[in-house]
Design a protein around this ligand. Structure first.
Ligand code: ADP
Length: 440
């Protein structure tokens, strides 16, 4: 019994005792004390039974309880019930307000949110943006399988991939081909996942404008640069010894500009491609070409070793793969001091794939720089890159080429010891070695 209920309980006890004492007194006066006491006890019990019945009826009615003006134990029980009821109503009202606020928040978001049941892939809830971007209708689509509703988007397949599902960066909306969507899957509990769709139309257009701009500028620069470079090459510094240092510098810089424009055009071409035309890339001649290139660039300043241990060829584009591998080899030579070693190896991976690795004993790269190395124009040291004739685009080209071959680049490096750049190809890109390879 709590301290608040105690007085009501004592009051009821007091009243009952008083009633019985009064009945006994009246009985004594009338000469029949015991029958009077028994009658009074029956009446008191009857009163309690009647109050209990009224209380049970109140509970059963599920109506808002109203406490009577009773200062006894039953009145206290009714007041407690009324308080509980008020508290529950307040809690429900607050929850409802919170739910409304979350709903309004969900509807105010510019991205489409669709809550999906993992196993059945059925839609549990979606916000207003999902109606705008994915044309989901409430209530007709609640409970429908999301993959079916968004056909022909490969959503069912993507949901089936589960936690391994890679975000879809850009895909046309099933209802409006002009609308470009980015899709992400966020598993937020074991059974319930959220699909987030974002309108990336503007972003895609801007990206296209940027790509076109870079491609057009590079293209426009190419012809005048070729002319200037051609004439500069024709000039012989020995004929004008006073101008020799200037002329050599001009030739070097025009060569750099040419290389920059060529690299920008290569990147633009790669970005515009969604896939490569597959052919069997003969790796023996490819490795021989890479060795020749490394030796030509090194001019005998490095030891160059090639190990062909895979005994397999690759499936992809010979031209693009050559461009990627040759960038890695050129970097290895340029960022390794004289006397260093460059190793080019082709091996089979554990998963049945193949790995082409270029290892050097050069300057190495500080760990902090590794994640950003494949960004355009990202250099660990801009002055060293320029001095070595770099454009800052080589690794960006490598990343794009590997992306087109569903391969990945891994970089392992230690400052002062050297670096290994390895290209990992999946098993579906590996083909048994042909007897006679075509030159790369
Ligand atoms: P760059 O034309 O400047 O070489 P890349 O995109 O090929 O541009 O490489 C980006 C940067 O990564 C380089 O500027 C250099 O700092 C670093 N880098 C690339 N390869 C190596 C390597 N083998 N050893 C050391 N640093 C490297």
């Amino acid at each position: 019994m709590t301290p608040e209920t105690r007085p009501a309980w004592y009051r009821t006890l007091g009243w009952t005792a008083g009633w019985l004492a009064l009945a006994l007194l009246a009985g004594l006066l009338l000469g029949h004390p015991w029958p009077a006491l028994a009658l009074a006890a029956i009446a008191a019990l009857g009163w309690q039974a009647w109050r209990l019945r009224a209380f049970l009826a109140l509970m059963a009615s599920r109506q808002r309880p109203r406490a009577r003006a009773d200062r006894g134990a039953w009145g206290e029980v009714e007041r407690q019930l009324q308080r509980e009821h008020e508290d529950a109503r307040n809690r429900a009202r607050k929850l409802l307000e919170l739910l409304r606020a979350y709903r309004a928040l969900g509807d105010a978001l510019p991205d489409a949110l669709v809550v999906v049941e993992r196993d059945s892939q059925r839609i549990l809830w979606f916000n207003a943006a999902a109606t705008r971007l994915l044309k989901l209708q409430h209530p007709a689509d609640t409970g429908a399988p999301l993959g079916e509703r968004l056909q022909p988007l490969p959503v069912a397949h993507w949901l089936a991939a589960g936690r391994n599902a890679e975000p879809i960066n850009e895909i046309g909306s099933p209802h409006d081909p002009g609308l470009r969507l980015g899709l992400r899957l966020v598993p937020y509990s074991e059974d319930i996942w959220v699909v987030i769709a974002r309108d990336v139309t503007r972003l895609t257009r801007l990206e296209q404008v940027r790509r076109d701009f870079v491609a057009n500028v590079s293209h426009e620069l190419r012809t005048p640069l070729t002319v200037v470079h051609g004439y500069l090459e024709m000039l012989d510094p020995t004929e004008q010894p006073a101008w020799a240092p200037m002329l050599e510098e001009m030739q070097r810089q025009s060569q750099r500009m040419n290389q920059l424009v060529e690299d920008l055009l290569t990147l633009s071409r790669l970005e515009a491609q969604e896939a490569v035309e597959d052919e069997v890339v003969a790796m023996a001649p490819m490795l021989a070409t890479l060795r020749r290139e490394a030796e030509a660039l090194s001019q005998g300043r490095h030891e160059v070793a090639v190990a062909d241990e895979a005994g397999a060829d690759l499936l992809g584009s010979t031209r693009e793969l050559h461009s990627a591998f040759s960038n890695l080899v050129s970097n290895a030579v340029r960022y390794t001091p004289e006397g260093g070693r460059i190793a080019i190896t082709l091996e089979r991976g554990d998963d049945g794939g193949a790995v082409l690795a270029v290892t050097d004993t050069g300057f190495g790269i500080p760990r902090d720089h590794l994640p950003r190395l494949t960004e355009r124009f990202y250099r660990v040291s801009a002055s060293r890159s320029r001095e070595k004739g770099g454009t800052g685009l080589g690794l960006a080209i490598v990343k794009h080429v590997l992306g087109l071959h569903q391969a990945r680049l891994e970089i392992d490096s230690e400052v002062g010891r050297g670096s290994t750049f390895s290209c990992h190809f999946g098993a579906d890109r590996v083909r048994p070695r042909r007897a006679a390879g075509r030159p790369a």
